[in-house]
Design a protein around this ligand. Sequence first.
Ligand code: ADP
Ligand code: 5GP
Length: 202
Amino acid sequence: MRKMNSNLLTIIVSGPSGVGKSTLLSFLPKEEFYFSISHTTRPPRHNEKDGEDYYFVEEKTFLEMIERGDFLEWVKVHSYYYGTSKGEITKANTLGKHLVFDVEVIGAGKLKSYFGEKAVTIFIAPPDFETLKKRLISRGTESEEKIKERLERARFELSFAGFYDYVVINDDLERAKERLFSIIKAELCKPSKVFAKLKDLF
Ligand code: ADP
Ligand code: 5GP
């Protein structure tokens, strides 16, 4: 649990593949936000680095980690395993930074159960399905078959949007960024966060 530094935020972000989660989250300053690095069996994309974007591991290693109880949560989606290791929370606490998770909806539910009130959940949605499809294709990182698989999964992911604290429509990137920043600013003004910072006043 995040006992220390309770003025720090725990942010769980979900949204269908290709909606722009990574793009939007890249606007958050690295000096203040720690982005949980998941383990995955998916092969790296051309621009991805091991230990930065993900820890890219063999399926055997991933299954051993499950056996050892190394994960806070894990899932198998788009034919690959993805999981959040317990060590990621410790890292964020040690660094004294806000903690950000980019996870699909099932993992998000598990993380929310773990963190409870401490966590804020944000769903990133596309303006429409056609736009999502175009973005996924224009990113050029997946084969036609994989894009089809991700679009099928997108319908399932979108059906969970109503369970999140906030929904950010990523239509115009600047506007979506403003929405995301507004949520974070508002969350930092919650009494629990302010009191933790100003102990001698309250
Ligand atoms: P995700 O992390 O949700 O899978 P990405 O951040 O990789 O999605 O974005 C998918 C593609 O859509 C990328 O090529 C990105 O540059 C583009 N993109 C993201 N947001 C917007 C936007 N608001 N308008 C147009 N293109 C966008
Ligand atoms: P991608 O292959 O596009 O990087 O990620 C595919 C999906 O897996 C995205 O929805 C992303 O949010 C999700 N994901 C990434 N890491 C994790 C994780 O550790 N746990 C869960 N549950 N989902 C993850």
